[in-house]
Design a protein around this ligand. Structure first.
Ligand code: SAM
Length: 288
């Protein structure tokens, strides 16, 4: 792994785009047939136009190619079909899926050091797991979620998309990252989006990060309130707040801007053996 830095200069390579789009490319008509019956589903033309526009107005134009659009369209179609059978996400309108799932997840991509092993805690329907794995073939993403139908969906869609860099674990992170646990101190980067307040999230995520690695919390606009009282507690977890990167995503240049905070913590010492506690205790008395 490259030394943990503030920002990785990462450009999506043409080879990666071609590699991942080859399957999706052949099946665009088939993909659309599968979602036609779902109200308001988008054609590839509608989707790809919105995809390019949203990524460009969200500072993510390096991922806006047609090759990536084909893969993300396949993911969108499969997500809609799966969601009609098993509820995975409340976000289904195509521009919202692109903005709030795809673009939002991609905001973390440039902050993950090269060749990292990444743990996505509470991956849900696969965010940020899928977007990160698609644009960063050099990293391996392990998606953990407490709900079996979610990790089942991620595993099957990983195979459909032909991605070789996603693994799944069905379980609770705090039960697998205690002292001696299989997930304690093993990942270069642990990332989480929309899982819990920062006080809870830090305790369940920091133990899985190896020394010198990073915990990246993908938060909304209000995270500065959550950070106010964290300084006393972070040493117990062995982490130090090193950066908050403020990003803005939007559907179009003149549209509403959504502010996102990418909070980066460095693992500077081992986590105290007392942590993580059982989830009921964490929830009852968060560290901050
Ligand atoms: N990260 C996804 C996203 O941004 O769309 C999903 C967010 S969803 C609101 C939160 C997910 O975290 C749920 O799927 C839930 O099962 C999972 N989760 C919550 N606490 C967890 C824990 N302690 N261990 C593993 N998964 C957990």
């Amino acid at each position: 792994m490259q030394k943990a830095g503030k920002k990785v200069q990462h450009r999506s390579s043409a080879d990666n785009e071609k590699r991942i789009s080859s399957g999706a490319n052949r099946n665009i008509a088939q993909n659309h047939n599968a979602v036609k019956a779902i109200p308001d589903s988008a054609s590839y033309e509608e989707f790809s136009t919105a995809f390019a526009g949203i990524l460009m107005s969200s500072g993510l134009s390096c991922y806006s190619s047609d090759e990536y659009a084909k893969v993300f369209y396949k993911l969108y179609c499969d997500l809609l079909v799966e969601n009609s059978k098993h509820n995975l996400t409340a976000v289904t309108e195509y521009k919202k899926v692109i903005l709030l799932h795809f673009a939002d997840s991609l905001l973390a991509a440039e902050h993950i050091p090269r060749n990292s092993t990444v743990l996505d805690v509470g991956a849900g329907a696969g965010f940020p797991t899928f977007p990160l794995a698609i644009v960063r073939p050099d990293i391996t993403v392990t998606a953990i979620d407490a709900t079996a139908k979610k990790t089942g969906w991620i595993a099957s869609e990983t195979a459909v998309l032909g991605l070789a860099n996603i693994k799944t674990i069905n379980g609770r992170i705090e039960e697998l990252s205690g002292p001696g646990g299989a997930l304690r101190g093993v990942f270069d980067v642990t990332v989480a989006r929309a899982v819990a307040s920062l006080g809870i999230l830090s305790e369940i995520c920091a133990p899985s990060v190896k020394l010198g690695g990073l915990f990246i919390a993908m938060k909304g606009d209000s995270s500065s309130n959550e950070c106010a009282s964290m300084d006393k507690s972070l040493p117990l977890l062995g982490i130090k707040h090193s950066d908050t990167i403020i990003k803005r995503i939007s559907e179009a240049p003149e549209s509403e801007l959504f502010t996102r905070n990418i909070l980066v913590f460095e693992k500077i010492a081992k986590t105290d053996m007392k942590y993580p506690r059982m989830y009921s205790q964490i929830k009852k008395a968060p560290l901050f």
